[in-house]
Design a protein. Structure first.
Length: 235
């Protein structure tokens, strides 16, 4: 039987966000698998409703977190909430998040190289959401930055919005304008808050687009699905 796929987005309380939804709907039309989007926040089209829809059509569900790093949502929230509604005889596989895909690396590599040509002699700051609960997201962020630094030949520094290695602390000793890449899937409230925090320290810094509505999102998803399909086919 064909596996079902649920694409899990963070969402917002009170409304379904439009960012990236059209991109995902177009991508989903290319698949023969029963598929649905489920949100972690809000009361519409919830993760639980998505699971209930899919388990009426399949006995195995592939969970695609449309998230960048493996923090609380992927480790705790998604498995717990799925198990709360999962019927007997139905199984699920949660894929890894997207930040460590080759698709995201290639996108950032190209974007940063282009920015360096326009703004030479600037350091690059990459900012992620961060978490106070797990060390792995920051370790993955710094590993990504190290690889990018080797590719673009410009110093790259990392910071988080919450948890440890916060933007104000990281920028305390930085006085020159920066090229800033906010590693977020949407260009919303948090991305704007990070911009404000950076500008307090370096008013002349330049901000690159987030990943919102960019094909790199579905390219990263396709990469994760391709990694997992041989494993699923063995079940």
């Amino acid at each position: 039987m064909t596996e079902g796929i649920i694409y899990v987005l963070h969402g917002r309380r009170g409304k379904i966000p439009k960012s990236n939804i059209d991109l995902l709907h177009t991508y989903m039309k290319r698949s023969d698998n029963p598929s649905i989007i489920g949100f972690l926040e809000g009361q519409q089209q919830t993760l639980e409703e998505g699971i209930e829809f899919l388990q009426s059509k399949t006995k195995h569900i592939i969970v695609v977190p449309v998230l960048l790093f493996s923090a609380t949502h992927i480790r705790w929230d998604i498995p717990r909430r799925i198990n709360d509604v999962l019927e007997a005889g139905v199984s699920f596989t949660v894929l890894k998040p997207l930040a460590t895909t080759e698709a995201v690396f290639n996108y950032l590599n190209q974007t940063l190289k282009s920015a360096i040509q326009t703004y030479p002699n600037r350091k690059i700051l990459i900012v992620a959401h961060g978490t106070p609960h797990f060390p792995e997201p920051y370790e993955q962020l710094t590993a990504l930055a190290k690889r990018l630094q080797e590719a673009v030949k410009v110093p790259i520094i990392c910071a988080n919005h919450i948890g440890h290695h916060l933007v104000p602390d990281v920028l305390a000793d930085e006085s020159a304008a920066l090229i800033v890449q906010r590693l977020f899937l949407t260009d919303g409230r948090l991305a704007n808050r990070i911009k404000t925090n950076v500008l307090k320290a370096q008013p002349d810094s330049t901000f690159l687009p987030t990943l919102e509505d960019h094909p790199v999102i579905t390219e990263a998803i396709e990469e994760r699905l391709n990694e997992t399909r041989p494993i699923i086919n063995q079940k």
